[in-house]
Design a protein around this ligand. Structure first.
Ligand code: PLP
Length: 265
């Protein structure tokens, strides 16, 4: 009989997100990222999307009672070291996840408030944006909206400091405002991390050519969750996540006829 190796379980990162059958974003992106960090990936599926690397063609949301069972079953069995929340799809799913995570206040949670795909297709029912604020934001260790989501969540606010203040007032502990779509004429991209009342850190990297990347937000939020699962502090985790995502985007490939996908391999 072959000898077995006594392998210590790596930290578990639970992603709660939608399926992207093209493999660029969503659960598929998250599991690839979690594997790249050497963590164990657990995954609860909030929605089945139909999409290719160009755009989203539709989605069907998991009923909230089924999502609740998926998440509760994993949390009861496995000591989860960090959670990433991505596409939720519906207000009911946001409430279900917020209720469950409230029972585990010690688990850090990175919340990517996914509303719309890069290609412009909707990834949320109309009532989700309003409900996110009262439910999941208070549970977010780090909230990672892109510029579009930040506008949608703050009634059109554009000044970064005001956006951050409003989202922090809703209960998020840290807000990372991603700079990829801001000032496209500038050579350097700056992502800014805010906590209540102050800017904690700013992270800069050279601008990459715009290849309409698919799955960059998913990769970043999950990479931050992996670093938190490894026990790193928030600022260090955000730096680690941004560095990983930058390297993945620099080495991105185009698997189909549409957008480029971060190389998380
Ligand atoms: N989650 C799912 C399931 C998706 O399909 C997408 C995009 O298509 C996203 C999240 C957001 O992707 P991105 O990382 O490009 O913002």
């Amino acid at each position: 009989m072959a000898e077995v190796m006594d392998t210590v379980a790596p930290p578990t990162v639970l992603t709660i997100a939608g399926s992207d059958p093209s493999g660029g974003a969503g659960i598929q992106a998250d599991l690839a990222t979690i594997a790249a960090f050497g963590c164990h990936g657990a995954a609860a599926i909030t929605a089945l999307t139909v999409q290719d690397t160009r755009n989203v063609h539709g989605f069907r949301v998991t009923p909230d009672d089924e999502l609740r069972q998926q998440v509760a079953t994993v949390l009861t069995d496995i000591p989860v070291a960090a959670v990433k929340v991505g596409m939720l799809g519906s207000a009911d799913n946001a409430r279900a996840v917020a209720d469950l995570l409230a029972e585990y206040p010690e688990i850090p949670a990175v919340v990517d408030p996914v509303l719309v795909a890069q290609g412009g297709g909707d990834l949320a029912q109309a009532d989700l944006a309003k409900v996110l604020q009262g439910t999941l934001f208070p549970r977010a260790t780090v909230l990672t909206p892109n510029e579009h989501e930040a506008h949608a969540l703050t009634g059109g606010e554009t000044v970064p400091e005001a956006v951050a203040d409003e989202l922090l007032r809703e209960g998020a502990h840290y807000v990372l405002l991603k700079g990829g779509h801001r000032h496209p004429e500038e050579e350097v991209v700056s992502d800014r991390l805010f906590s209540f009342g102050q800017e904690e850190a700013s992270f800069s990297h050279p601008r990459l050519p715009d290849r309409g990347y698919h799955g960059s937000g998913c990769t970043l939020s999950t990479a931050i969750a992996c670093a938190l699962a490894d026990g790193r502090e928030v600022v260090e985790s955000v730096r680690t996540g941004i560095d990983f995502t930058f390297r993945a985007l620099r080495a991105a490939y185009t698997p189909g006829h549409g957008q480029a996908v971060p190389n998380r391999l």
